[in-house]
Ligand binder design. Structure first.
Ligand code: BG6
Ligand code: MG
Length: 213
């Protein structure tokens, strides 16, 4: 049997866009216009590493206390953007995907880089669907390090070779591969090298494919 490990932002809900909007606002304060290309590199990356990356792009330095304060401000803007989310705010095909997982009784874990993962999952009403939830609070090393997915695999009791990861970020696909897992890319092949298949959303996933793994 194959176990599934899902990323959250950009896979289950459109929160990848909200992260982008909040970072874009902060970058603008530094005099830098954040681009969609930059954003591809930020997907899946922890809050602090994302800020370091943006500061480099903006050629800006902050004191430790300014750095910490800007992390808090970015998160406050993000929380404002997600505050009205509810069960209908999932990406296309997500309800059908979860119904299939339930029908087939497939083990399911979350592997997210976000400290807000459980809160967002609760808002969209999917927290109970998971056998295990791993977020930024559970690991020392974020994606592209494999710790997030290896911890999730361990919690559901499956070896990496029997886990299939669904990811919208290059860092996440790299993390899955580094952990000895296969990954399905949610997005364009050029943005997600190394994934064994690319789809636009979870609704496009054909569960018959699991028989080939
Ligand atoms: C990842 C997102 O899931 O979580 C990143 O792809 C985000 O864009 C990261 O920066 C950290 O999220 P948070 O909620 O802990 O700031
Ligand atoms: Mg993501």
């Amino acid at each position: 049997m194959i176990a599934l490990i899902l990323d959250l932002d950009g896979v289950i809900c459109d929160t990848a866009h909200f992260h982008f909007l909040a970072w874009e606002r902060l970058a603008a304060e530094y005099g830098y216009q954040l681009t969609q290309d930059d954003n591809e590199k930020l997907k899946g990356v922890s809050r602090a590493d994302s800020l370091k990356f943006i500061l480099k792009l903006a050629n800006k330095t902050l004191t430790h206390s300014e750095f910490d304060a800007d992390l808090v401000r970015k998160n406050e803007w993000y929380l404002e953007l997600v505050k009205d989310m509810g069960p209908s705010d999932v990406l296309p095909g997500v309800p059908e995907f979860f119904a299939q997982v339930d029908d087939l009784k497939l083990p399911l874990a979350l592997g997210s880089a976000s400290k807000n993962a459980t809160m967002v999952l609760t808002r969209v009403g999917l927290v109970e669907a998971f056998d295990a939830i791993v977020d930024a609070g559970h690991v020392k090393q974020g994606k592209p390090h494999p710790e997030t997915f290896l911890t999730a695999a361990d919690m559901i009791g499956f070896p990496p070779s029997q886990c299939l990861v669904f990811e919208d970020s290059a860092a996440g696909v790299q993390a899955a591969i580094a952990g000895g897992m296969r990954a399905i890319g949610i997005g364009k092949p050029e943005d997600l090298p190394g994934a064994i298949m690319h789809i636009n959303n979870l609704g496009e996933f054909d569960f018959d494919f699991l028989d080939e793994l």
